[in-house]
Design a protein around this ligand. Sequence first.
Ligand code: PEP
Length: 221
Amino acid sequence: MNKIIAANWKMNKSSKEAEDFLRRIEISDKNTVIIFPSFTALPAVSSIIGRHHSGAQNVFYEEKGAYTGEISPVMVKEFADYALVGHSERRALWETDEIIGKKVRAAQNAGLKVLLCVGEAGGQDRNRTLETQLRKGLMGANEKNIVIAYEPVWAIGTGLTAKAAEIAEAVSFIKALHKCSVIYGGSVTASNAKEMLSVCDGLLVGGASLDAEGFRKIIEL
Ligand code: PEP
């Protein structure tokens, strides 16, 4: 089917747990699988499945300097080919659309492919939110190496999913604006993944990507 199946492990799994997990799944050419572990587990993940299947959950927007605690895209590029940018859990902390735009450009300058997350919160107008997040997030970016994850905030980690028809609408809205692959994220599980996959280019899986058995079912679809 060749879809993109990305796993966002959030703040979970040590290197050892990551190794155990990866031993229990098999990454074939059937779909493009990308694992986003914590920074500390990234070297272990990358050494097992390769940098082309590995990504960082965040990057800073400067290459180097006096930014205590930050990790630059150039550092990430040692281990991974992808960076996740604009996840709603980071937007909720402090990241604005302008900061996200800087991160996207910095990641691309370092040679990383970007998985940019966008999506409306409950009560927000979907298309207006997507248009603003995409315009600011992709300002000055090269669309060629961008994948967009449509993740309605109300669906993340809640067990609520957007309906397939709503996902299809959001996907065509985004594709009318940008020539990028568009994947869906928000409470995807092995039981609903097939339906979601039928209307988009792949999935960003959070909670359900922590369990090797469940994730194996999704990547084998
Ligand atoms: C996510 O973290 O991007 C996500 C979609 O999480 P979950 O699958 O748990 O809703």
